[in-house]
Write a new protein. Structure first.
Length: 301
């Protein structure tokens, strides 16, 4: 019995190593960095409208600018000032020029929806390469899926931001001292869980293949979020210890920092998709599917 367990453990380790190695190779063969650059462009297009939407919601359902100022104060502790300052100024100027918060909410929703659907379309093209899938949905079906997915993802992302940055003084004022302490402890695991859900949701809904079943947490999502957190921490440490970007690029440093971080985020997203694809390939090999080099997932309709 002990020998059988040791053999099973060894086989599992070998399979995991094979999946990890093939994921790295497939990522470069599928030009993952190139697709991540395209996703970064669309993410940047939708970032400002999404921020404007979040602040407009505060104006309609909360207290603006008081709550917004508190959130920005917390962000200054974790986000480089050179990156945060221009975004903060742009959001305040946009809200001031739009007039009422309700008007800003409508405009922000429409523009964020437009940018986010473009991001999902680019993600679909990239994930179709990963899962070796031709286009299987009609134009109307794709757009309806993108619009519905955008609302889900925007809700999850905004919830993540609230969990991450509505601690400290904000939580204490709303929930009280003891509840604020619990909130500060629980917000990071909660934000991590929602990040896993965002990755899993994109992997399931976006590509033109019919997955076996939706799972809240997938190995690819775990790998993608782990790569994202590691890359973000390393990049943040680099920025904290080296001032070369500010010296070299001056006022453009904030834009470059934001672009690099978004690119790293999308690299992590696509790498996680490669992990899921290689796990699916390993399952097909175990099931005796012919031509294991080509995935046999049915197309989505």
């Amino acid at each position: 019995m002990r020998g059988s367990r040791s053999t099973d453990t060894l086989l599992s380790v070998r399979r995991g190593w094979r999946v990890a190695k093939r994921s790295v190779v497939s990522f470069y063969e599928d030009q993952g960095t190139h697709h991540a650059a395209a996703l970064t462009y669309y993410a940047l297009m939708s970032l400002f409208p999404t921020l404007l939407l979040a602040v407009s919601l505060l104006g309609v359902f909360g207290e603006f600018p008081g709550t917004y100022d508190a959130i920005v104060g917390h962000l200054r502790r974790v986000v480089p000032p050179v990156t945060l300052a221009p975004l903060d100024a742009a959001v305040r100027a946009a809200l001031k020029s739009k007039g009422t918060a309700a008007t800003g909410l409508v405009v922000a929703t429409l523009t964020a929806l437009y940018g986010a659907t473009g991001y999902l379309e680019a993600a679909r093209r990239a994930l179709n390469v990963v899962f070796e899938a031709p286009r299987g949905r009609s134009f109307v079906r794709r757009k309806l899926t993108d619009v519905a997915s955008t609302f889900v993802l925007m809700t999850l992302v905004l919830t993540t931001l609230v969990l991450m940055f509505a601690g400290g003084g904000i939580a204490r004022g709303v929930l009280g001292g003891e509840a604020a302490t619990v909130w500060r402890i629980a917000r990071w695991p909660g934000a991590f869980a929602i990040a896993l859900l965002v990755f899993s949701f994109i992997y399931y809904v976006t590509p033109d293949v019919r997955q076996r079943a939706f799972r809240w947490i997938t190995p690819g999502a775990l790998a993608g979020v782990a790569v994202w957190l590691t890359a973000s921490a390393a990049f943040s440490d680099y920025l904290a210890n080296f001032n070369g970007l500010n010296v070299t690029y001056g006022s453009f440093a904030a834009a470059i920092i934001l672009l690099v971080w978004l690119w790293l985020t999308n690299v992590a997203l696509l790498f996680g998709a490669e992990v899921n694809a290689e796990i699916e390939r390993a399952k097909e090999i175990d099931e005796g599917v012919p031509e294991p080099e080509t995935l046999k997932l049915p197309p989505a309709h």
